[in-house]
Design a protein around this ligand. Structure first.
Ligand SMILES: Nc1nc2c(ncn2[C@@H]2O[C@H](COP(=O)(O)OP(=O)(O)OP(=O)(O)O)[C@@H](O)[C@H]2O)c(=O)[nH]1
Ligand SMILES: [Mg+2]
Length: 520
């Protein structure tokens, strides 16, 4: 247990945390997370009391947070809710149920399309992991097929495609082919499906299917709906060319003055606008809660990282939040959730669990989800969690950093980022070479004390606060002033001297005031 010890001259302060226990403690901080919940008032921070959060921790979208009068629902809210429900009522892109998949990975060995940092086997492993993330989906066959023409309509050269078609046709019992390309045009899909006799999915479709399945909150579900739009649009463009089977796309719908295609495009545009509006509404609510959180001065630490690196596990270990459910799946977390936990001095911080990154994620997908990550920009500290046991950990780091760059986060926030090397239990003898990196095992609880100490230093630096132990006279007004203007962590009374050594977390400006008011 870490605590601050009173070993100070009058008015002097300690900025370092040392081991030990005070002889007499007054007003010990109640254990978390209750303590932070009370700090947020009856509703908790950012929906800490979220209803139906899927058993995966509280939600930060503000739904059902009961955070105050702003949250009370009026008829307008009911109308908005009805519209949101309507927007979410849509058939999934892929049918529900089991799929027995043949995974086909086009390997580009030469030329500009050749991946620079990765190898086919890891790309295949990631594609398999995507499939296995879906319940009752399985990979029954994997084929790595060389191609020199990945940008051609049918991806492979003529001879290779013929051989591949023969092989796929010869497989018994497969229900689909997962062609591991980012995105396939609809004509390509149709032609390959005709040749192979089964459905063909690309990476975007599979990722969207996972997103749709894992999205819990309305905000995440609306983001998925938004991300699906480009796909629906291209399907529409191709399928309504002949809506009545007789080339009716350019025909005018009676009396409307617009063709069938124009009408479909208009409806799609309207849908997009409505989704944006609904998301905006939900975000405004969330921002409001974020402002309340900041006003209450609870520092926010965002955990970011590649999918499956252990963000949720680490937050669970740091907070002891038993409701969190880490899973060995890609994109297990799609909703930003907030979880409170204590640091060594007793200071409480809120950890934000975020959606994981994936390399080669289509741009439109990143865009629709980057809005979720806007919250990261409002945090006091970013922690980049890495899976050190992953063979492509360097590539994963590069894709996370480039995604973070594209979010245009404030430079001090990027500069102060901490790197946590997780899963070291799987890499015996590992120690990080980077200067601002800490090795931990979130699963086994290794290295967490060091991490907490480092987090505390970083949070204090980022928020312009310090942990000080001040000597105050029991008879004077200092103690009550400190209770009002700072966060009192510990009071160590020395009765024979009629003084107390008070440990506080205090902002630089409040400390300046304190020195002015009580100069002794
Ligand atoms: N061996 C080992 N496994 C870990 C460790 N931390 C997490 N895991 C496992 O890694 C898997 C993914 O963990 P999560 O915490 O869900 O990862 P995440 O980063 O939140 O994943 P997404 O939400 O999908 O982005 C789970 O099976 C965890 O048990 C660790 O320190 N050691
Ligand atoms: Mg997670």
């Amino acid at each position: 247990m870490w605590t601050l010890r009173a070993a100070v001259r009058p008015g002097a302060w300690l900025s370092r945390v040392v081991r030990g226990r005070p002889a007499l403690r007054a007003a010990p901080p109640p254990p978390c997370p209750e303590r932070v919940l009370s700090a947020f008032g009856p509703g908790g921070p950012g929906g800490l009391r979220g209803r139906g959060g899927g058993g995966r921790g509280p939600r930060a979208d503000g739904r059902g947070s009961g955070a105050g009068a702003e949250e009370e629902e009026g008829p307008e809210d009911a109308e908005a809710e009805a519209e949101e429900e309507e927007l979410l009522r849509r058939e999934p892109l892929l049918p529900a149920g089991a799929q027995r998949v043949c995974l086909v990975h086009p390997e580009v060995k030469w030329g500009p399309g050749r991946p620079q940092l990765t190898r086919a086997e890891w790309q295949v492993a990631e594609a398999r992991a995507l499939v296995h993330t879906l319940d009752s989906w399985s990979v029954v066959e994997t084929m790595v097929v060389p191609t020199k023409t990945p940008d051609r309509k049918l991806v492979f050269g003529k001879g290779t495609l013929e051989q591949l078609t023969e092989k796929i046709r010869g497989l018994s019992g497969i229900t689909a082919v997962f062609l591991n390309v980012e995105r396939m045009s609809v004509p390509t899909k149709k032609e390959l499906e005709a040749a192979w006799g089964v459905q063909v999915f690309d990476r975007v479709t599979v990722v969207l299917h996972i997103f749709r399945r894992n999205a819990r909150t309305k905000e995440a579900r609306l983001q998925v709906a938004l991300a699906e739009l480009p796909l629906l649009r291209s399907h529409m463009k191709n399928s309504i060319a002949h809506p009545d089977g007789r080339g009716g796309s350019s025909r005018y719908i009676m009396g409307s003055g617009e063709s069938f295609r124009q009408m479909q495009q208009r409806l799609m545009k309207e849908r997009e606008l409505k989704i944006h509006r609904a998301l905006e509404r939900l975000r405004r609510k969330r921002q409001l809660l974020g402002t309340q959180r900041r006003r209450r001065e609870v520092p926010v630490v965002s955990m970011v990282g590649y999918t499956n690196c252990g963000k949720t596990t680490l937050i669970k270990a740091l907070t002891g939040d038993a409701a969190m459910q880490p899973r060995d799946q890609l994109f297990a977390t799609l909703d930003i959730t907030a979880h409170a936990g204590p640091l060594p001095s007793g200071m409480t911080v809120v950890y934000m669990d975020t959606i994981g990154f994936l390399s080669q994620l289509p741009h439109s997908l990143i865009e629709s989800f980057s809005a979720t990550l806007v919250d990261v920009a409002h945090s006091d500290l970013i922690v980049h969690v890495r899976d050190l046991s992953h063979p492509e950990t360097e590539l994963q780091k590069a894709s996370v950093l480039s995604a973070l760059q594209s979010l245009r986060l404030p430079t001090p926030l990027l500069d102060s980022m901490l790197e946590v090397h997780n899963k070291v239990d799987l890499v015996p003898g590992y120690s990080p070479s980077e200067p601002r990196a800490l090795a931990v095992s979130a699963l086994l609880g290794l290295g967490l004390d060091e991490l907490k100490a480092e987090l505390e230093d970083a949070v204090l630096r980022a928020t312009g606060r310090q942990v000080l132990t001040l000597r105050v006279r029991l008879a004077g007004p200092q103690l009550s002033w400190l209770h009002k203007e700072a966060t009192v962590q510990d009071v160590h009374v020395v009765p024979e001297d009629s003084v107390a050594h008070v440990t506080v977390i205090i902002s630089d400006s409040a400390y300046g005031k304190f020195r002015k008011l009580f100069p002794e």
